[in-house]
Design a protein around this ligand. Structure first.
Ligand code: IPE
Ligand code: IPE
Ligand code: MG
Length: 233
């Protein structure tokens, strides 16, 4: 048995449990989102230190529109403020930032900022950070199909189809982490997680730490990925 650490090339995270974290402290839910954003910032930095090349974070799902209007508004404000204040730090870390999801329903000022950040960071390649905002896996597949029908390409195979999806700049995730005890996908990256390894933890996202991230990677390192083949033990 080897304890060698295998650094996954692409880690995806469903950052869940902000609301519960706040509730347990008698705080408004938005305080949980605020704390969660700080944790995300630290995990992004740690991912660069570990040599992870792609990190995808689920920030707002197509279903999250069904939350109270005040929470939705607070989430977009937090996202926009955070991106505005932290973009220089991301550039200093040589991070390329990409956004996945729809752009037709979210605040216009946020869309402008997203475009600016994608442009300003496009030549960095230490880590590609994909932020999923108004993202849903089914919505993504439908958008790809509509575009495909318009383009009407001669060949449609898995490789060409993937190029129509939002994550076209990153390989499929090797590891998907979900915090806060829920064991479901909640419409995240449906196409791309065909062979992804899953790691679930009860820790609420605002309590998630570098140590726990490393624990998930150690766990991943022990997995035998078979991709449908027979591997001699
Ligand atoms: C995840 O935390 C953040 C978003 C979905 C935006 P939640 O807000 O879902 O927290 P819980 O699940 O209610 O605890
Ligand atoms: C998934 O979490 C979406 C994000 C983390 C952004 P949710 O809290 O929205 O998922 P459900 O509702 O528990 O499935
Ligand atoms: Mg939740």
């Amino acid at each position: 048995m080897t304890d060698e650490l295998k650094i996954p090339s692409h880690v995806a995270i469903i950052m869940d449990g902000n609301g519960r974290w706040a509730r347990r402290r008698g705080l408004p839910r938005v305080m949980g989102h605020y704390q969660g954003a700080q944790v995300a910032e630290d995990i992004v930095e740690y991912a660069t230190e570990l040599g992870i090349r792609h990190l995808t974070l689920y920030a707002f799902s197509t279903e999250n529109w069904n939350r109270p209007k005040e929470e939705v508004e607070a989430l977009f404000k937090l996202l926009e403020d955070y991106l505005r204040n932290k973009k220089q730090k991301l550039y200093d870390l040589k991070i390329r930032v990409r956004f996945i999801g729809r752009r037709d329903r979210i605040p216009k000022t946020l869309v402008e900022l997203m475009k600016q950040i994608e442009e300003e960071s496009k030549h960095f390649n230490r880590l590609t950070l994909n932020l999923a905002i108004d993202y849903g896996g089914r919505d993504e597949i439908l958008r790809a199909v509509r575009k495909l029908l318009k383009d009407n390409p001669k060949v449609i195979n898995e490789e060409t189809f993937s190029q129509y999806l939002d994550l076209s700049c990153s390989p499929d995730p090797d590891l998907l982490i979900r915090t806060a005890g829920e064991k479901r996908i909640s419409n995240f990256l449906l196409w791309n997680i065909a062979y992804t390894e899953f790691y679930f933890t009860d820790t609420l996202w605002p309590d998630f730490t570098r140590e726990e991230f490393l624990k998930a990677i150690k766990d991943f390192s022990k997995r035998k990925r078979k991709f449908g083949r027979v591997i001699d033990e």
